[in-house]
Write a protein that binds this ligand. Sequence first.
Ligand SMILES: Nc1ncnc2c1ncn2[C@@H]1O[C@H](COP(=O)(O)OP(=O)(O)OP(=O)(O)O)[C@@H](O)[C@H]1O
Length: 375
Amino acid sequence: MSDGPEEGMLSWDESVFRDEHVFEIDYVPETFAHRETQLQSLQYALRPAVRGSRPLNTMVRGPPGTGKTTAVQKLFGELSAETDVQTVRVNCQVDSTRYAVFSRVFQGLFEYEPPSSGISFKKLFSQITDRLVEEDEVLVVALDDVNYLFYENEASDTLYSLLRAHEAHSGAKIGVIIVSSDLNLDVIEELDSRVQSVFRPEEVYFPKYDTDEIVDILRGRSERGFHEGVVGAPELDRVAELTAESGDLRVGIDLLRRAGLNAEMRASKTISVEDVDEAYDKSKYVHLSRSLRGLSDSERALVEVIAEHDGEQAGVVYEAFHDETGLGYTRYSEIINKLDQLGVIEAAYADVDGRGRSRSLTLAYDPDAVLDRLN
Ligand SMILES: Nc1ncnc2c1ncn2[C@@H]1O[C@H](COP(=O)(O)OP(=O)(O)OP(=O)(O)O)[C@@H](O)[C@H]1O
């Protein structure tokens, strides 16, 4: 009799994973199927830049986790490797003011941060445009998750500066790709008229993947990430079925990783449907986790207060928020609107007996799940 592990069981030095990194959020996949038309439209818009002209501005829209960021990363990667076009992708969840966006652009171009002592916006802007003119470079800026600039009322100023750069400094060629996953946000409608008159973007839409496409994409991911035979067809189908509920591919990728960890916990060499179902209790919240991660301290404080007063009137919540943070009603309302637009809370008007209509605030998720992820 051998002392090794039982048939089908993992030994200490074995893993179901060939490469766990394949399931991490910043992983750029080698193969990017089912997005041919979207990639073609983006290439068409970018092509003038390769010839030294200003590219067409583009608006990319579609629900979360449908490959928008990945498409931009792929094309920017190709442009950097094969052409002189300068590309900078700004994550507006992190850089949500005009100044922060331009700091990021500066950093992308010069490969060092602008002086932290704080230079004026004007100075920052002219250093960028001077550089483009001197080096005769074309710049493409992707404002990823641009919806965050709208929540902070910074979208019009930011876009205006980018779009008018060639007027402020003749010869500066900048093209803009804006990416939004907030389908309730009418991007063009929400911009100031001065921006609307200069911003007529090409539109590229990224629809949700259907179940067959999800299976296909996740099979590719599994083959890279897991050893052979770890995930079978029924398990993959289950992952795809659960992913299709939201259509966010991130759910599926997170499910695969967690299901793999669950299998390892049982010391099993293969993932079972139960491993997948159990993983879903956590993976279904990937979107929530992502939304919460981008919030400031006062925004998080308000989410916490709402979780503790789930379903109560806006006035009651305000009192508790004010006691906690000392912040006033204006800031409170701004944050409520942002959380509502992000889909973290639902603000509904309800009749209060005898006192007319008032707003009640409810979390869009289980309060315990929210509190867990805040802490
Ligand atoms: N066609 C595809 N093939 C392989 N992987 C994909 C594909 N589409 C998306 N993914 C993967 O799904 C995840 C989410 O994709 P991505 O971040 O590009 O979505 P998104 O539309 O930009 O989402 P959001 O709007 O929430 O920012 C990434 O890990 C990405 O690698």
